[in-house]
Design a binder for this molecule. Structure first.
Ligand code: NAD
Length: 504
């Protein structure tokens, strides 16, 4: 990668992007972005506080009348230009995303960045396709139609696991529908959200339409959720924080969209292709070092295949190459931070008391000792109600459990509070059909696990939240529908007025 720009130079003016310019936050507190592969400082910046949130919301409010009045075609053109700017700057985005998250470059260049460009292109098209219901004379005396309108200033909060994609998923449907937005990225990973907003400016999206404030959750985050001029909160993050966000949003009567945690099951029936399932389990449990809300975390394997599956997964896990995210041979980078690595290690250490760590379960030393690395880990022998089966670990840890009947496998798969994603592995059409109907999750894959596409909705069931990111379904969150009704009679004393005037 030839194009490693200087992060400190690029954000010398600060890491808050309000009304089209970078400036420092005014909370009086700073945060240091650390490269989790080395432990070295990337950037120290001043965090946003409530006053910065107020300015960002005011800028978004000022920008709303003109942006919401732009034609769908004008908004679409701007988003097409944004897709082109992102494509021109793809190397910079991949570099910054790998640097702040520790993601292997092959993940950022092969998934995060092209996914974001495709998402932008999708919403450029979808911006021209916002639809209301057909108009008609439903009462006989009136013509009714439905207008689909932008709602105003959206306040969004994103996590650190896919900072660029999360920024895009929040910003794109909101602005495509004519809203303006204030996005708060996670403190650990502000860089690519800021770059996305700068790219939007280069593409000609007016200042104030997209604002980025990076501050602490309890400070800037809660202030944004409770702000009286923010009409909607869209939050992606943990279920615990989501509950707090919901309380504040509800108290201020806001629309709410929650994309929360996951604990995705991976159900392997006894007619499955074991080799395909084992490969799938490795890729789906280790993607983004397991810090993926849809990652495969619980492999339920029907008894006849259980031994073969776990042996093959352990064998393949040991071939995964940990290392420098920028080396082309690296399969797995570090976790996002040393704190997250220690949290994952603590889950596995506690599990040793009641389960078997088949492979992994170790912080590597040597060249990797300074980074937040953790070895890919397979755990067996854990009970269904144990912590590693029920709680979101958010690291490179897969738990495998056997099952006997199809009924039992599907029941165990549904037996957590979460419902974001799931997969079924089988060559039997009827088993696959039953699994897709009965698995309680917002996305169910058959014979695969992870792929996402811009055209299809992403969002949870149960404690994984409600509302959809991506696809035209996301417009349901970011627009409001208005019933407009015209009288067609031109009669002063209308028939229904008898409810007041009686027989006069
Ligand atoms: P988190 O909940 O700790 O933080 C998410 C965001 O919320 C951050 O920006 C944080 O600063 C902010 N925040 C924290 N406390 C807040 C408060 N009191 N008020 C307002 N904002 C607050 O989550 P994380 O650790 O950054 O990310 C990992 C979590 O995100 C996992 O649970 C994962 O499953 C979830 N996630 C879900 C999806 C999805 O689509 N469902 C996608 C990605 C990540």
């Amino acid at each position: 990668m030839g194009n490693r720009f200087q992060v400190k130079d690029r954000f010398a003016d600060g890491a808050q992007y309000i009304d089209g310019r970078l400036r420092p936050g005014t909370s009086g507190r700073s945060h240091t972005v650390v490269d989790p592969a080395t432990g070295e400082e990337v950037l120290t910046y001043e965090l946003a506080g409530p006053a910065d949130v107020d300015e960002a919301v005011a800028a978004a409010k000022r920008a709303f009348p003109a942006w919401s009045a732009a034609t769908p075609g004008e908004r679409s053109d701007a988003l097409h230009r944004l897709a082109a700017v992102l494509a021109e700057q793809a190397e910079d985005f991949a570099y910054a995303e790998s640097l702040q998250c520790g993601k292997p470059l092959k993940l950022t260049t092969g998934f995060d960045v092209p996914g974001t460009i495709d998402n932008t292109a999708f919403f450029a098209g979808a911006a021209r396709h916002l639809q209301g219901q057909a108009a008609g004379e439903y009462s006989g005396d009136h013509t009714s139609y439905v207008r689909r309108e932008a709602i105003g200033v959206v306040g969004s909060i994103a996590p650190w696991n896919y900072p660029l994609q999360m920024a895009a998923w929040k910003i794109l449907p909101a602005v495509a529908a004519g809203n303006t937005i204030v996005l708060k990225p996670a403190e650990l990973t502000p860089l690519t959200s800021l770059m996305f907003a700068q790219a939007a400016q280069e593409a000609g999206i007016p200042d104030g339409v997209i604002n980025i404030v990076t501050g602490a959750g309890r400070d800037a985050g809660e202030h944004l959720v409770g702000h009286p001029d923010v009409v909607m909160t869209s939050f992606t993050g943990s279920t615990a924080v989501g509950k707090r966000v919901a309380e504040i949003a509800t108290a201020t009567v806001k629309r709410l969209h929650l994309e929360l945690g996951g604990k995705a099951p991976f159900v392997v029936f006894d007619d499955a292709d074991v080799e395909a399932a084992a490969h799938g389990a490795i890729a789906a449990s280790l993607i983004n070092t397991g810090q993926d809300c849809t990652a495969a975390t619980r492999a339920y394997v029907q008894r006849p295949l259980y031994e073969a599956f776990t042996a093959r997964v352990a064998e393949l896990m040991e071939t995964v190459r940990l290392g420098d995210p920028f080396a082309p041979t690296t399969d797995l980078g570090p976790l996002v931070s040393h704190a997250q690595r220690d949290r994952v290690a603590a889950f596995v250490d506690r599990a040793r008391a009641y389960a078997t760590v088949v492979t992994g379960g170790e912080i590597p030393g040597g060249d990797l000792a300074e980074g937040a690395y953790y070895r890919p880990t397979l755990i067996t022998g854990a009970a269904q109600d144990s912590e590693v089966v029920q709680s979101e670990i958010f690291g490179p840890v897969l738990v495998a459990l056997p099952f006997d009947t199809d009924d039992e496998g599907l029941a165990l798969a549904n037996d957590t509070p979460y419902g974001l994603a799931a997969s079924a592995w089988t060559r039997d059409l009827y088993r696959a059909g039953r699994a897709t109907r009965e698995l309680k999750a917002g996305c169910v894959w058959v014979n695969d696990h992870i792929p996402i596409i811009s055209e299809m909705p992403h969002g949870g069931y149960k404690a994984s939240g409600f509302g959809k990111d991506m696809s035209s379904y996301s417009f349901e969150e970011y627009t409001q529908v208005k019933h407009v009704m015209y009288d067609n009679t031109a009669v002063a004393a209308k028939d229904w007025h008898r409810t007041i005037f009686g027989d006069r």
